[in-house]
Ligand binder design. Sequence first.
Ligand SMILES: Nc1nc2c(ncn2[C@@H]2O[C@H](COP(=O)(O)OP(=O)(O)OP(=O)(O)O)[C@@H](O)[C@H]2O)c(=O)[nH]1
Ligand SMILES: C[S@@+](CC[C@H](N)C(=O)[O-])C[C@H]1O[C@@H](n2cnc3c(N)ncnc32)[C@H](O)[C@@H]1O
Ligand code: SF4
Ligand code: SF4
Length: 325
Amino acid sequence: MIDGYKRRIDYLRISVTDRCNLRCVYCMPPEGVKQTPHREILTLEEFGRVVDAASDLGINKVRITGGEPLVRKNILKLFQHIAKNPGIDDISITTNGVLFLQMAEDLKKSGLNRVNFSLDSLDPDKFKEITRLGKFNEVWRGIEKAIALNLHPVKLNVVAVRGVNDREFGDFARLSREMPLHIRFIELMPIGECNPWAVDNFISAEEIVRKLQQEFGPLQAETKVTGNGPAKYFRLPGAKGTLGFITAISEHFCSTCNRLRLTANGQLRPCLYGNQEFDLKKALRRGAGRQELAELIAKGIRQKPGQHHMEEGWSDLRVMSQIGG
Ligand SMILES: Nc1nc2c(ncn2[C@@H]2O[C@H](COP(=O)(O)OP(=O)(O)OP(=O)(O)O)[C@@H](O)[C@H]2O)c(=O)[nH]1
Ligand SMILES: C[S@@+](CC[C@H](N)C(=O)[O-])C[C@H]1O[C@@H](n2cnc3c(N)ncnc32)[C@H](O)[C@@H]1O
Ligand code: SF4
Ligand code: SF4
């Protein structure tokens, strides 16, 4: 469906849980965020009903995210449901990778096409410091498994944080030469917990590009790597993988935005950074049919804002793990 700004909306990101087995410094406080009671979180069957209704409006790509999507019990059932919908041709996941290795084959069999891992450091001690609870080797073995299972393109999300991983950009670039990995540097966004810390530790994509070019010479622009998101891609000469940049702050990409979000508690959120939400949970739980759900989703699409206003600050009670990134 086309929205009020002539953008084709065809991508739905679903946060299937607000729970997580890590506590990344930019996302959650050490004790975690207050969890939504289980009864408030949509069931897998309810998520499936929303996907089916959304597919009637032209949504053909779905990303499962969270919190950590792989901690959601029976999550494979949701993949299996979505895979049966002939309107959906791309099913992906964004994960911290902790549980990926053990679930990888079942995820693939259940319909997963490709995976984006969050990995902010290649140094195990630093990785532990950033995630507070993570073990680098567990995640790394999951990444290798995703490559072995051909869940291509396999992407790494690296949130750039000053004083934390800003000495590692070159190491990530070298990794893209050696392995078929698509490494995306993400600008730190002042959302939820990390606001205003994020403002002080922000690094622009431009600064990262400058540092990389000093070391590796000019970066060659690459035609878009398969994906539905906003990253712009480059390749080092002869590299197996690519380097990408997600410039949510320095150069927002709202004019080409193609997505909707569904929060873990069933709120349709047309914009990551806009606090307007449409209550699908209420409709689902009073028994709304597919057409009625589709009409509600269409209303959300029609009211999707033209762009974000991050410069005005975060005035929302939600945090990233509830919205799904
Ligand atoms: N401001 C903003 N940031 C976004 C948006 N979509 C994705 N991002 C950021 O990009 C990060 C990486 O997104 P992913 O979950 O890996 O998904 P993606 O980049 O859409 O995925 P691909 O389909 O592989 O291109 C997110 O965590 C956000 O930080 C968006 O619509 N607006
Ligand atoms: C909220 S997480 C959910 C999925 C999964 N737990 C993971 O980490 O991949 C989705 C993405 O959001 C990113 N993210 C979280 N907080 C962020 C922030 N303040 N700014 C930019 N990206 C952020 C994470 O790095 C991750 O790539
Ligand atoms: S970024 Fe992902 S892994 Fe890290 S705390 Fe947030 S939800 Fe968990
Ligand atoms: S900030 Fe909102 S409008 Fe802009 S790209 Fe993200 S979701 Fe789309």
